[in-house]
Design a protein around this ligand. Structure first.
Ligand SMILES: [Zn+2]
Ligand SMILES: [Zn+2]
Length: 314
């Protein structure tokens, strides 16, 4: 299997390099512009303000999804990752359960009387962009530590390993998380955010940015981060996070920003180095239902599957 980086210095042509640098910002800016239009346009006229924003959020997400779907086919970062890993059904099932349960947790938390002052007070009255920047930086602290501990604490790794067990990255496995893993991340970041009194509009923008950047981190598209790697969790950084080599994989824990990675010394950037195989050293069952259950029988499963046919595990 070829693992040649199409953006390695030996393989570059000036136009392809320029395009590789422009793709990430162009996709983020165009998606954000669609959402911004939804905030000011007043269309579709028949919908309430909240539904209108949700409509444009979905529209912007679909826009990004379609572009990445096309680009993964025309400009893949690694051609071998275009081949099936027989995880499509499991990836989509995890995504559905994950998104559904996280939304339920968010609605439940937001409805608690404890957080009823949302949008009121000093933070909620600041300009929207200031709230979004502050909210991203503050929530990243909880997200960083929840993610880092899920690598460093064996009991949490059992759940997080579901995400890392993939052998290729593409947009479809962006949301492949054990639902307990994702809900722990929400619990580590959202309560503090709600306590600050941040407005609902700021939370919508933060959710949108998280959705856009999350989809981009897993896309198999030849992109370069450049200076953006110093601020955001770009695909170039996240691929190293999926390395089977712990010295490389235990890095870049940030969800959207890499501020806390830089402060705590876990930021890893190797734009011209060749990434090896990705995945985990442990075994993971192929089927969705077994993947949900395996964290609870982790040691026994690893023992019993050690000699199993590799075709039955990922
Ligand atoms: Zn991880
Ligand atoms: Zn990932």
């Amino acid at each position: 299997m070829s693992i040649t980086n199409p953006l390695a210095p030996s393989a570059r042509c000036p136009l392809a390099t320029l395009l590789a640098y422009c793709l990430w910002p162009a996709l983020v800016i165009s998606s954000s512009s669609i959402l911004a239009f939804g905030f000011v346009s007043g269309h579709p006229a028949g919908l309430s303000e909240t539904l209108r924003k949700a409509w444009f959020f979905n529209l912007s997400y679909l826009w990004l999804l379609l572009w990445l779907f096309l680009l993964e086919r025309r400009r893949p970062w690694r051609e071998a990752w275009q081949q099936s890993d027989r995880q499509l059904a499991a990836d989509l099932s995890h995504t559905l359960l994950d998104k559904g349960s996280v939304q339920f947790t968010i609605i439940l938390l937001s409805a608690l009387p404890f957080f009823a002052h949302r949008g009121a007070g000093v933070v909620g009255s600041l300009p929207l962009w200031v709230q979004v920047v502050m909210g991203l930086v503050a929530s990243e602290f909880g997200l960083y530590w929840a993610h880092r501990l899920s690598h460093e604490w064996p009991v949490l790794w059992r759940f997080h390993a579901v995400h890392h067990s993939v052998r290729r990255l593409w947009i479809v496995n962006t949301g492949r998380f054990h639902f307990i893993d994702s809900n722990l991340s929400v619990l580590a970041s959202l309560p503090f955010l709600l306590l600050t009194g941040i407005s609902m509009d700021a939370i919508i923008w933060m959710s949108a940015i998280t959705a856009y950047l999350g989809l981009l981190t897993h896309c198999n598209v030849a992109m370069r981060g450049g200076w953006l790697d110093y601020l955001f969790n770009t695909p170039n950084l996240h691929r190293w996070h999926h390395s089977t080599n712990p010295a490389e994989g235990n890095s870049n824990y940030g969800q959207n920003l890499v501020l806390w990675d830089q402060l705590f010394g876990t930021w890893l950037r190797r734009p011209d180095a060749e990434l090896g195989e990705i995945g985990i050293v442990e075994r993971m069952p192929l089927r969705f239902r077994e993947q949900l259950w395996v964290p609870f029988i982790w040691r026994r499963y690893q023992r019993e599957s050690a000699g199993a046919d590799p075709a039955t595990v990922v």
